[in-house]
Design a protein around this ligand. Structure first.
Ligand code: Q9C
Ligand code: ZN
Length: 360
């Protein structure tokens, strides 16, 4: 067996201050499921194996973010917290929108007439109550983008697999909307940066439990970036209004979006069947760039907020199957909330993906 070189994990501690978060669960305030421990347990489990090397992200500046998100959205993520505190918000509590700009209000509300305090217009740029903002949020969101961009840099420099331990996650964030614990869409920013560097066909595979409505929106009319997602059926799962099989993209992007909703209770065998369909679509698309993988472990049977039924061994099978695409992979962390199992699931998945990619 030839010696394999260590697989880079790109991570930073900036996310630790994105804490003290709460969300509403059935009307009750609870600690946000997106906790800092999620990232630290994954990092520690991988580093305990010896096949991985921890690397810090390098700063990539604001331009790659502005290539994907509206400037108003970036301005909001940068300043909502400080505006709120300057206006008397108690800094012991996170900032959450209380009034959403929807439907007939949105139709008649000129965006240049929104309130000037970013906290007062938060509900025009946020689609749920699951995306609390605290003092550390802005730096964490920017660091997650830098992690993702550093990961893709390393893959383009020749690594078959790099793991970006992003927190906050990104796939629910749209061009002009935050939501679902997400602020900047790390995976979309990476896909767009590949296009900017000359790729003509980039595939994004999303195996998080939830549909990546933000990534889908960003590339909806694009034929050069394919978005393929396996996720819990939106008829009964967040984000509810997006992720139906009938959504297939539009204009130049028609057919370049593929949604594979899965019924509650889907186990590893059924999941792998759907994954084969996703991988066949990606093969047919013919990516000429590394695969951008939105990686969530919230498909795990014991995840506290999701309803699929994967076991730890299944993540190894999924990793091997993705390796069979035969292209390098930028794996970016999205969700996964069964903190006690995240380490084992990441070890199983990345270990099999790593082996599969180096055997090719
Ligand atoms: N009762 C990611 O996994 N709340 N985001 C759902 C369910 C939001 C998940 C409420 C879940 C967001 C990246
Ligand atoms: Zn998720």
């Amino acid at each position: 067996m030839p010696e394999r070189s260590a697989t880079p994990i790109i991570a930073s501690d900036h996310h630790l201050a994105h804490d003290g978060l709460i969300e509403l669960a059935g009307g009750q305030p609870v600690r946000c499921y997106d906790s800092p421990e999620r990232a630290t347990v994954i990092r520690d489990a991988l580093l305990a194996i010896g096949d991985y090397s921890l690397e810090a992200p390098s700063e990539h500046g604001p331009d790659p973010i502005a290539a994907v998100h509206d400037l108003e959205l970036i301005d909001l993520v940068e300043h909502a917290w400080t505006d709120a505190v300057a206006d008397g918000h108690d800094p012991r509590y996170p900032l959450l929108p209380d009034t959403f700009l929807l439907r007939e209000y949105a139709r008649r509300m000129p965006l240049d007439q929104l309130p000037t305090g970013r906290h007062d217009r938060l509900g025009a740029y946020c689609f749920d109550t699951a995306t609390p903002i605290v003092a550390g949020t802005t730096a964490a969101a920017r660091a997650a983008v830098d992690i993702a961009l550093t990961a893709v840099d390393r893959v383009l420099a020749g690594e078959p697999l790099v793991y970006g331990l992003c927190r906050p996650p990104g796939h629910h964030a749209g061009r002009n909307l935050i939501g679902g614990y997400c602020f900047y869409n790390n995976a979309a920013i990476v896909a767009q940066s590949l296009v900017a560097r000359g790729a003509q066909r980039v595939a994004v595979l999303d195996v998080d439990f939830h549909h990546g409505n933000g990534t889908q929106q960003i590339f909806w009319e694009r034929g050069d970036v394919m978005y393929v997602s396996l996720h819990g059926d939106p008829r009964g799962s967040y984000p509810y209004y997006s992720g139906y099989a009938t959504e297939r993209g539009a204009e130049a992007g028609e057919g370049a979006t593929l949604n594979l909703p899965l019924p509650a209770g889907t186990d590893g065998d059924a999941y792998l069947g759907a994954l084969d369909e996703a991988l066949d679509a990606i093969r047919a698309f013919g990516a000429d760039a590394p695969l951008v993988l939105s990686l969530g472990f919230d498909t795990y049977h014991a995840d506290p907020i999701c309803n699929l039924a994967l076991q730890t061994d299944d993540y190894a099978r999924i990793g091997s199957r993705i390796a069979s695409l035969g292209i390098s992979v930028v794996a970016l962390q999205e969700g996964g909330y069964a903190v006690e199992a995240l380490g084992a699931n990441a070890v199983a998945f990345l270990g099999a993906l790593r082996e599969g990619l180096s055997d090719r």
